[in-house]
Design a protein around this ligand. Structure first.
Ligand SMILES: [Zn+2]
Ligand SMILES: [Zn+2]
Ligand SMILES: [Zn+2]
Length: 360
């Protein structure tokens, strides 16, 4: 339903995870929620008390990886001081009736993204981001190789307390776990179903749609034009090998996904040239987000093909991607209880605002 050209009120189903839906209601005053506070970023390059800053290496668990070396590190991986999963125990899972638990086995590590305390992603050099992605890849591969029980290695980043970051120094995290996270598993299952029906990757189809989609929606009774959807209206940023798109239906109002243009299910198959272009697209996308909703707390999640039997056949159907999820509002009881997320800005409009930013 639309009241006029600018107002949208509709429930949109996420095409990749149909159990997820979003209520897009752009009329003024629709938002029943509280805005998430924006955090003042400490832009200091060094903070004496910060355990992740240069000179305080003895305040963290021992270094696992340091690039280029321990003395002059630009990126460092250390074990998480408070791991959610650990590899120190060896008991099997617990079974009781219908209740099953898999032992919380795994690894939880922190990647200190940069030796500069307060630098933001969009301020980092392309070459630095390229090195960061290649370290993600190297460490993910090692974690899969070290233990065959690992089903998924998740790399993610939090910025701001609402997004779960307790330490302000720029960092990401890596968790190797014995189960596939539900949202990734849903993507795997649904994209596999779609592939079985159409012999196409649903992510590739969505990229094609984002690049070429053009539609006019007419009113069923009067025949009047209700809404026109323009070419490329979901595209936020385009590189040679990667594209950033605003999903047609997503949980977070400013959520942006970055995907390789050429089909590839596994992040681990990417090379340095891929990472260079990915870094450019990520840097520009983050600069656009910073310009429009600066100071917003956010997460990004790297979704790649899980390893092991559950996904041995999903190379043609799954497509790896980076999900950037800015937290602009606190979910309401309605959203948490119904699973129906509310968006007061239309994804088309959000994409346009991001695209319209002039980058220097
Ligand atoms: Zn620091
Ligand atoms: Zn694909
Ligand atoms: Zn995903």
């Amino acid at each position: 339903m639309t009241d006029n050209d600018d107002t949208v009120r509709e429930i949109r189903i996420n095409p990749i995870v149909p159990s997820e839906s979003v209520l897009v209601a752009t009329a003024r005053g629709m938002r029943p929620t509280t805005e998430e506070k924006r955090v003042e970023r400490n832009t200091a390059s060094h903070v004496d008390r910060c355990p992740f800053c240069v000179g305080n290496e003895d305040k963290t668990p021992p270094t696992i990886v340091a690039e280029p070396d321990e003395k002059n590190w630009q990126i460092r991986i250390v074990e998480n001081l408070y791991p959610v999963l650990g590899d120190d125990r060896n008991d099997a899972g617990i079974n009781f009736g219908l209740q099953q638990a898999i032992e919380g086995y795994g690894r939880h590590e922190v990647i200190i993204d940069h030796n500069n305390h307060g630098i933001a992603i969009h301020e980092m050099e392309i070459s630095h981001l390229q090195m960061l992605f290649s370290i993600y890849k190297q460490r993910m591969q090692q974690l899969y190789d070290n233990d065959e029980r690992i089903r998924y290695v998740l790399v993610f980043k939090n910025f701001g307390e609402a997004a779960g970051a307790s330490i302000k120094h720029t960092h990401s995290q890596i968790i190797a776990m014995p189960v596939i996270p539900e949202n990734v598993y849903n993507e795997v299952l649904n994209s596999r179903n779609y592939y079985q029906k159409t012999h196409q990757c649903i992510f590739c189809s969505l990229i094609d749609e984002a690049l070429t989609f053009e539609a006019t929606i007419y009113d069923r009774e009067s025949g009047e034009v209700r809404r026109k959807i323009d070419v490329g209206q979901y595209v936020v940023e385009r590189g040679e090998k990667f594209i950033a798109i605003k999903p047609f239906a997503s949980r977070y109002e400013w959520e942006v996904h970055i995907l390789p243009l050429k089909h590839e299910s596994d992040f681990l198959n990417s090379n340095d040239a891929d990472f260079e272009d990915l870094s450019k697209v990520l840097k520009n996308t983050m600069a656009r987000l910073d310009h429009v909703i600066g100071g917003t707390q956010y997460n990004f999640f790297l979704h790649s093909q899980p390893h092991g039997n559950a996904c041995s056949d999903c190379a043609p159907s799954y497509h790896w991607h980076l999900e950037i999820c800015p937290r602009t509002s606190i979910p309401t009881g309605f959203e948490l209880g119904s699973g129906l997320f509310v968006s007061t800005i239309s994804p088309e409009d959000a994409a346009k605002q991001l695209r319209d930013v002039t980058l220097d």
